[in-house]
Design a protein around this ligand. Structure first.
Ligand code: TYM
Length: 375
């Protein structure tokens, strides 16, 4: 990080991310009020993740909506690199994708990149990443996607299909492009260098299968943009549309605003399989607070919800009702609500959310075969 204040790559997020700067760095478009109005015309009331600027940037959304309005519908594509249990940050783009599927009636491809995680994680075997792919798929299914419109592709289970699509893409990407886009050193293994063409493949999978170009929209966290920047350069050369994207900010680590949640520190996040006791302990012990050091000062000066992780988690994921969120924000700012009380609100919300999710996750075990595709 010597000459940069923050880093965002698909494999590494460091520092406090300045999202306006990131838009400039990556060359994406901000989501403007006009664009929000345009989306709203089709969806009715906007999802709170759009209203609250969590989805903040995009590529070619206006083009995608032009096509949609001309009667050329799009499909959705997103994914997961299964290197551990799913945490609540991963759910952000998936919950939003579910909303898009409901509103636009869109077909949906979900890619589980067990190959990627095998190549990038020193300590994981192929058996482990495949097992995690099946495990994480339960969390996708638990969110309620339409089985008739949703396919989950685990890369190693779809090697023939994906390899045949990835090869012509790979042929058009040079080593120097990959190095510049992802910051690889010469010590990178050659699987890592090839990998981006596999993540590009689902962006044209439906077009290949149906023998005609079909627009694709990829909702994802902003860290994945470098993959799609590369693939957007290549796909038109092969006669395909560039995929459009809509990109979210990160839900901050429990420990504070710097960086993404990390598997190496289980206290930095909450896993979807955590128990109520774990949730309570983690939030009470570790959630970074924007409150004052003692009650008297807090009552006088109030807390700062902008840096308070409990408040940010409510805003991003756990309190969809604007009025309730506004009340909490006001009470915290003016000192009526103490840090411990704010944490208690979050604990209750997260616990309720997880109890429901875990129930659906159990049920998903019987539905796996309705979603998983193999070639
Ligand atoms: P992965 O497994 O790192 O992350 C899965 C998705 O979650 C997003 N994400 C977050 N969003 C909000 N807050 C966070 N703290 C947070 N952490 C992660 C990621 O941006 C991602 O959208 N290579 C990919 C897998 C993949 C993929 C795709 C992702 C394959 N095809 C298409 C998006 C779209 C990966 O390892 O994601």
């Amino acid at each position: 990080m010597a000459d940069e204040d923050f880093i965002v790559t698909p494999w590494d997020v460091e520092g406090v991310v300045d999202y306006d700067k990131l838009i400039e760095r990556f060359g994406t478009e901000p989501i403007t009020p006009e664009l929000l109005k345009r989306i709203q015309k089709h969806t009715g009331r906007l999802h709170f993740m759009l209203r609250r600027d969590l989805f903040f940037t995009h590529r070619d959304l206006n083009w995608l909506l032009d096509e949609y309005e001309k009667g050329n519908p799009f499909y959705l594509y997103t994914g997961r690199g299964p290197s551990e249990k799913t945490h609540i940050g991963h759910l952000v783009p998936w919950i939003f994708t579910k909303w898009l599927q409901d509103k636009f009636g869109a077909e949906f491809i979900f890619q589980m990149t067990d190959d990627e995680k095998f190549l990038f994680k020193e300590d994981l075997s192929m058996e482990e990443t495949k097992e995690l792919a099946y495990d994480n798929a339960l969390d996708v299914i638990a969110l309620g996607f339409d089985p008739k419109k949703t396919q989950i592709i685990i890369d190693t289970e779809n090697a023939k299909t994906l390899y045949n699509i990835a090869l012509p893409i790979a042929k058009k990407i040079t080593f120097s492009t990959v190095k510049a886009s992802f910051g690889f050193e010469n010590s990178a293994n050659i699987g890592q260098i090839f990998y981006t063409s596999i993540q590009a493949a689902p962006a044209i999978l439906k077009s290949v299968q149906q023998g005609k170009n079909i627009p694709c929209l990829i909702p994802h966290g902003v860290d994945q943009d470098p993959h799609f920047r590369v693939c957007r350069d290549v796909l038109p050369k092969l006669g395909y549309y560039k995929p459009a994207s809509i990109q979210n900010k990160f839900i901050p680590s429990l420990l504070g605003p710097a960086g993404k949640m990390s598997a190496s520190n289980p206290n930095s996040t909450i896993y979807v399989t955590d128990t109520p006791k774990q949730v309570k302990n983690k939030i009470n012990k570790h959630a970074f607070s924007g409150g004052q050091p003692d009650i008297e000062t807090h009552r006088k000066l109030g807390g700062n919800p902008d840096i308070d992780v409990s408040f940010q988690w409510l805003k991003i994921l756990f309190e969809p009702i604007d009025k309730k969120l506004d009340e909490i924000e006001l009470a915290y700012r003016n000192g009526d609500l103490l840090t411990g009380e704010l944490k208690a609100i979050l604990i209750e919300k997260v616990t309720k959310f997880l109890i429901h999710h875990q129930k659906e996750r159990e049920k998903a075990k019987d539905k796996l075969e309705d979603f998983i595709v193999r070639d």
